[in-house]
Ligand binder design. Structure first.
Ligand code: FE
Length: 346
């Protein structure tokens, strides 16, 4: 099995890539890092079957929708989260297969009401989201959080796994990448040891933490599975799609700025075309020269104008060269009587 732990430094989020044979899953992809994840999948020759969010995050936007658009991966998270565009709603006991392996879905609400923990078959690894962090846990003061529910979830669904089962959280702010069930049972100050539900609830209810900086943008965006609203990214999330939107508006500006040039080119083309109608045979014969002229113009001009204007300039160059040849040939014809037949049709 292929396993990669990936990191987003801005939000300290871990994304996990699991692959077997040619199939892969991504747990908690981050929007800004989705192009990185896609490139890695390509390099490893893996087809992304689905993205699995552990919950509706409040501190970053999921890459689920972007990856779905790019490679057709399904969008999975808890059905109770009610996220738009999710085409793989999950519930406790579901299994998500990739290659010969599967992840078992365990509902672990408490941090949010839709938190899930994904346990790898064999119970050697589990991905706990924010339900259980390394020596800590996710906060419980928003998104239908409940400290009592979280205490029960962790004790009934995570700490009941084998001691040696490795636990991979959604975040770590100190640079620790992995823990184990045995470690957290012994060393987690909130949930391990002899900590009881009453103490835990009292502790969590008095954390008084400020809300995550990007919560107002991240939660609505994640309820759209990370799809930017009106094709615009939330504030602070400037990556590829934002660039594409900017490019599109730049292209529109460029076309608008070149409208007078385009009108001039069309007018000139019409005049030249009318002039050449009277020399139909020579036009036919010199057509290839026009194409060659257009090619030369393409090389010389490269990209000084917008796309539409560029096409017009290329056509204009081609037409000018073609008609120049026609005029020269006509002059020779009149002077030397060499082109009697074409001239007689003029
Ligand atoms: Fe969270």
């Amino acid at each position: 099995m292929i396993f990669r732990q990936l990191f987003d430094p801005a939000s300290c989020t871990y994304t996990y890539l699991l692959g077997d044979r040619d199939e892969a899953l991504l747990i908690d992809p981050v929007f800004e890092q989705a192009p990185r994840d896609l490139a890695l999948l390509d390099e490893l020759g893996l087809k992304l079957l689905a993205t699995l969010d552990t919950h509706v995050h409040a501190d970053h936007v999921t890459g689920a929708w972007w990856l779905h658009e790019r490679c057709g991966s399904r969008i999975a998270l808890a059905s109770v989260a009610g996220a738009m565009f999710s085409d793989l709603p999950l519930g406790h006991g579901d299994r998500i297969r990739f290659g010969r392996r599967y992840l078992e879905v365990r509902a672990t609400p408490g941090h949010t009401n839709g938190c899930l923990t994904y346990v790898l078959d064999g119970q050697h690894m589990a991905f706990t989201g924010d339900s259980l962090l390394i020596r800590g846990c996710g906060r419980t003061d928003f998104q239908q959080g409940s400290p009592l529910q979280l205490f029960r979830s962790v004790h009934e669904q995570i700490l009941t796994l084998p001691d040696e089962c490795l636990l991979y959280p959604a975040h770590d702010y100190r640079g620790i990448t992995v823990t184990s069930v045995g470690e957290e049972r012994r060393f987690n100050p909130r949930l391990g040891g002899e900590a009881d539900a009453h103490d835990f609830v009292g502790y969590m209810d008095n954390l008084n933490l400020p809300h995550p900086k990007l919560m107002a943008q991240a939660v609505p965006a994640n309820l759209r599975s990370g799809k930017p609203e009106d094709a615009r990214l939330p504030a602070g999330y400037a990556i590829e799609l934002a660039g594409a939107a900017a490019d599109s508006s730049k292209a529109q500006d460029s076309i608008a700025a070149n409208v007078p040039l385009v009108i001039f080119i069309i007018f000139t083309l019409l005049m030249l075309q009318l002039h050449s109608f009277s020399r139909a045979m020579l036009v036919f014969l010199t057509g290839p020269l026009g194409v060659a002229g257009a090619a030369v113009a393409l090389l010389v001009l490269h990209r000084p104008f917008g796309f539409v204007a560029q096409l017009g300039v290329i056509a204009l160059f081609g037409m000018i060269i073609r008609n120049s040849v026609i005029l020269i040939a006509s002059s020779c014809c009149r002077a030397g009587r060499r082109y009697r037949t074409p001239c007689s049709s003029a």
